[in-house]
Design a protein around this ligand. Structure first.
Ligand code: OOG
Ligand code: NI
Length: 461
């Protein structure tokens, strides 16, 4: 018997990401407006900055730029998280990284589902920041039990989606028809529902405990709460948002503006209130603000040493500000960030020599024409112009930034202090597997690219 032909998980992810974007654009018109602004800005940057254009072409990133986006969801139970992990796995997405947001007053811990190999990322870099509510942080025991019982009663996956996940697991893949079916069925989990699962009063109580708790517990499923396009110049988009009827948050999260972008810079805008029908109401008289918009600019992935430097400078700037960044202190915050980050080398060569970032290596034209390069050390190949480097793109998230994004959309009232600490073990137990260390992935990609260069130079060391 011939093998059935399966659609590659990378293509399923690419299609799913497109389907999700189409659904969100239809449901949240402001997302469409933001996408247009980002496209315009990216076009402008590519036309006016030949260096950025050259870099994106030489790394192939230009091909993924327009389809690049991440989304975020929040779930309530271990069972939901574990099944999500299986659903994402059908699309070649694995849980990468562990983010604890409780120190910032948000009662969740999270991971990012994404592709892990550079070739797969090139087909579709779609990522989903996925948070698990920490019900144990609800102090009111009665309310906690109520939240648990509401969550235990819901089923966030369609029956068909569950069947297809199982089929993909046991058979090793999905055929064309099954893959199409899967994308449609999986999408249902992330759809917004106007009807809540609790009464108006129950919603009020959950919300009084924490807005986020109401958002997770009071609805039928983990509605996608934002989809984020990637821009090449976040400062331009931030400045132009108001003219497009969009109000951005006070500060851009992440590192300050630089010549050589590092990690991730993000900004968001608040969602409008949406009508909701509680179970004791016939019409949509209630309201809830669930969905917002966000944009991101991605830069170089940092090594542990680079990341430690980033964390130190960020903390120093924030300590000196003595408060969470907000409307009132935004200018001062930006100033402090620029001051402190002047210590972080801002050239590709500087970051490479100090081993602050990960790179991808390429054989240059000169290198291709040279036969006798065997066994030259890497440094000599670089300084001789036989190889060149481009920073690897950071594919992950930042906990302090993520907390800032959560906060700006939940309101300042959400700044609770939690005594409980980070609990990666509990998260992984709920997930049903361990999370992957993102630094190991970057190191592997860098190593593979060096190996490919040596092979191309005829040197099999
Ligand atoms: C997730 C917030 C974090 C990001 O890009 O860091 C986030 C959420 O609000 O569920 O999206
Ligand atoms: Ni986000």
């Amino acid at each position: 018997m011939s093998q059935p032909s399966y659609v590659s998980p990378d293509l399923i992810r690419q299609r799913f990401s497109k389907a999700m974007s189409d659904m969100y654009r239809e449901e949240v018109p402001l997302y469409g407006a933001l996408m247009e602004l980002v496209e315009q800005t990216n076009r402008h940057v590519l036309e006016s900055d030949p260096q950025v254009a050259r870099q994106l072409h030489s790394t192939g990133e230009i091909q993924r730029l327009d389809m690049e986006r991440h989304g975020a969801i929040r779930v309530g139970t271990a069972g939901e998280l574990a099944t999500l992990a299986r659903l994402f796995s059908v699309m070649g997405m694995q849980p990468v990284g562990y983010y604890d947001l409780t120190p910032a007053g948000v009662p969740v811990h999270s991971t990012a589902f994404r592709a892990v190999h550079e070739a797969a990322l090139q087909v579709s870099p779609f990522r989903v920041f996925t948070s698990l509510l920490r019900l144990e942080l609800i102090e009111n025991l009665e309310l906690r039990a109520f939240a648990q019982s509401v969550l235990d009663r819901r089923s966030i996956f369609t029956q068909r989606a569950l069947e297809l996940i199982e089929h993909a697991e046991t058979e090793g893949g999905l055929t064309e028809t099954q893959a199409q079916d899967f994308v449609e069925q999986a999408l249902e989990t992330f759809r917004w529902h106007h009807s809540a699962t609790v009464t108006a009063e129950q919603y009020r109580q959950l919300s009084a405990q924490h807005r986020l708790i109401a958002d997770v517990v009071a609805f039928k499923g983990p509605h996608i709460n934002h989809l984020t396009p990637r821009t090449l110049d976040i400062d331009i988009v931030q400045a132009q948002m108001p003219a497009h009827g969009i109000t951005p948050k006070a500060v851009i999260e992440g590192p300050p503006r630089r010549q050589c972008p590092i990690l991730l810079r993000q900004t968001s805008f608040k969602a409008l209130d949406e009508p909701v029908a509680f179970t004791d109401q016939v019409d949509s008289r209630g309201s809830h603000s669930a969905r917002f918009g966000e944009i991101e600019q991605r830069g170089a992935a940092l090594t542990p040493k680079g990341r430690a430097l980033y964390d130190r400078l960020l903390n120093a700037a924030r300590d000196e500000l003595k408060d969470f960044p907000n409307e009132g202190n935004a200018a001062r915050y930006n100033e402090l960030m620029a001051q402190h980050f002047s210590e972080f080398p801002d050239t590709v060569e500087g970051m490479r020599q100090q081993e602050l970032a990960y790179f991808r290596y390429f054989v240059t034209e000169k290198g291709q024409g040279s036969a006798a390069l065997k066994s030259l050390p890497l440094e000599d190949l670089l300084s001789g112009g036989f190889l060149r480097v481009e920073p690897l793109v950071y594919e992950d998230f930042l906990p302090v930034s993520a907390a800032g994004i959560f906060q700006s959309n939940l309101g300042d009232a959400a700044q609770t202090r939690y005594a409980e600490h980070s609990n990666r073990q509990a998260f992984e137990k709920a997930l049903g597997r361990s999370t992957i260390d993102e630094l190991g992935l970057y190191a592997e990609t860098q190593r593979r690219s060096i190996e490919e260069c040596f092979t191309a130079l005829g040197d099999h060391r």
